[in-house]
Design a protein around this ligand. Structure first.
Ligand code: GLC
Length: 558
């Protein structure tokens, strides 16, 4: 059997509201994307993933959808969308949509239709409790964005479940009508020409229908209900059914499930082609690595722990299933600020991080601006933040728990989702060339130095390094199909591994620090071909320079 096309593909994520604004309203749009397609084609990416562009009250920046089969006027029209699709295809790029069907918006017609009450999770107050009074919620689950996961509706005297904001009621996947409506909508987009879907929190769709209380930790008002809704009893069944009813018989699609909390063993089931569920999943282990028990404490990266995580995923999906590889997306801080050095070694460390990630086995995802080495936003007041999660957490921490504002801001500056959402930096003109108006979120002041125009013009930029990484995946079969061996798992500074396919062996090594680092495993590679390097200097005496990354290739006896 030939390998599916997406094994040698690189995906680029566009966050439309922050990518490019064509009409000066401060909000990115579809025509803005069309204007920059040549830039993306030059980078060499194979697939574009669009974060949601559907009609939405924008409570969670479009992850609250009020109509699944249209385009929000903020972003343009269906005609603009069709043009984008045609223009992307004309440049040999595919396009996948964000599919947000764990929940809809509370402004969706389905939610407003009394005949469709069973399309959502409506429940009466807890036994013996007066509806709408404190503690009367049907269970004790907290919402991901803070507060209870239940909203009381005085008109009907019942509550509805929302794992995210109160404007994102959870759909009831137990109801076959809900599932059929979702599948029909998906087929409609595929018939229009889209090439697949990124499925938002798709491991949340099957809940234990009893909705039992979660375990309440000391001092917490709400419990973590995740054991009752993460990877629930019918999750595999639902995804298999979706596969049968939507994807079967259609070629050349890409499906990737966002699955917070998924384990390697579960991912193997989700991505086993023989089971017909999804092509790959986004796991979260490596982006939860710097979370402490106290959410308001910053935990530094421990490289050996990162290696253990990726090593486990590489080994677990070596024979069956497939990995997706990412540092960044619209929910994560910028990786160069998080695990690299966004000061003196910004360029070197951004290239090193890209190199180490991309040459694993799996499909790499690049988030807009990552290819420029864009950095976290230096905001020092909560007024500059727009993200519903950051604002909710700030209010909870400062107003309810009495934390110091500066302490909370320090953490939001390092980990908040708005870090990823500042406008794309196109050039050094006002507002970074993103808009002629006032951007919906402030432009990062780094734009005069960090921008696409400067990066494209500079052969040593992060952009050109990413271009080479993408090209290497397209031209070197060992990157796509080679087996994976982690080296030096106990080394706290150097991340190194080999990839081998037949007689070709690659060595990838990256220094996660500003001091030179020795790597004994470099022995035997002195005469090998140096395929890629981020400093312009081959290592001597097996020593990698500050934030250096190297890729060697040699021929071995099979
Ligand atoms: C996913 C999205 C995130 C959104 C949440 C609720 O995690 O990536 O941006 O807030 O789901 O839809």
């Amino acid at each position: 059997m030939t390998d599916p096309w997406w094994k040698s593909a690189v995906v680029y994520q566009i966050y439309p509201r922050s990518f490019a604004d064509s009409d000066g309203d401060g909000m990115g749009d579809l025509r803005g994307i069309i204007q920059h397609l040549d830039y993306l084609a030059e980078l060499g990416v194979d697939v574009l993933w669009l974060s949601p562009v559907y009609p939405s009250p924008q409570d969670d920046n479009g992850y609250d959808i009020s109509d699944y089969q249209d385009i929000d006027p903020l972003f343009g029209t269906l005609a603009d969308f069709d043009e984008l699709l045609t223009e992307a295809h004309a440049r040999s790029m595919k396009l996948i949509m964000d599919l947000v069907v764990n929940h809809s918006s509370d402004e969706h017609a389905w939610f407003r239709d009394p005949a469709k009450r069973d399309w959502y999770w409506w429940r009466p107050a807890r036994d013996g409790m007066e509806p709408g009074t404190p503690g009367a919620e049907p269970n004790n689950w907290g919402s991901v964005f803070g507060g209870s996961a239940w909203e009381y509706d005085p008109a009907t005297g019942e509550y509805f479940l929302h794992l995210f904001s109160r404007k994102q009621p959870d759909l009831n996947w137990e109801n076959p009508e809900v599932r059929e409506a979702v599948y029909e909508m998906m087929r409609w987009w595929l018939d229009r020409g889209v090439d697949g879907f990124r499925m938002d929190v798709i491991d949340h769709i099957s809940k234990d229908p009893a909705l039992p209380d979660g375990v309440l930790s000391v001092g917490q008002s709400y419990a973590n209900g995740a054991p009752h809704y993460l990877n629930g009893p019918r999750n595999h069944e639902f995804l298999h059914e979706m596969h049968e009813k939507v994807f079967a018989g259609r070629d050349a699609l890409l499906t990737v499930g966002e699955m917070p909390g998924v384990t390697v063993d579960e991912a193997k089931l989700y991505t086993d082609p023989a089971r017909g569920e999804v092509d790959m999943v986004f796991q979260f282990d490596h982006v939860w690595i710097d979370r402490g028990a106290d959410p308001w404490q910053l935990v530094p990266l421990k490289l050996t722990a990162l290696k253990a995580i990726f090593g486990r995923w590489q080994a677990g999906l070596a024979e069956v299933g497939w990995n997706s590889l990412y540092w960044n997306n619209h929910d994560q801080p910028r990786v160069v600020s998080r695990f690299g050095d966004d000061g003196d070694f910004r360029v070197e460390s951004a290239k090193m991080l890209g190199t180490v990630l991309h040459l694993h086995r799996g499909t790499p995802y690049v988030y807009q601006g990552e290819e420029l080495g864009m950095t976290n936003a230096p905001w020092d007041t909560i007024e500059d933040f727009r993200d519903i999660e950051a604002l909710g957490q700030y209010a909870q921490a400062v107003e309810k728990e009495g934390r110091r504002p500066d302490e909370v801001l320090t953490v939001l500056r390092a980990r908040g989702r708005d870090n990823a959402r500042t406008p794309m930096q196109w050039d050094s003109s006002p507002q970074a060339g993103f808009t002629t108006g006032t951007p919906w979120l402030r432009v990062n002041p780094s734009f005069s130095e960090i921008n696409a125009a400067a990066a494209v013009a500079d052969p040593d930029s992060v952009y050109h390094h990413y271009r080479k990484l993408i090209d290497l995946r397209h031209t070197e079969p060992a990157v796509v199909s080679g087996d994976f061996t982690m080296l030096a798992p106990h080394d706290e500074q150097v991340y190194a591994y080999t990839r081998r396919l037949g007689a070709t062996e690659l060595l990838v090594a990256g220094n996660f620090g500003a001091t030179p680092a020795a790597l004994d495993d470099l022995a035997g590679w002195d005469d090998a071909e140096l395929v890629l390097d981020n400093t312009g200097q081959a290592p001597s005496d097996r020593i990698l320079g500050p934030w250096q990354a190297v890729v060697y290739r040699r021929t071995v006896s099979p």
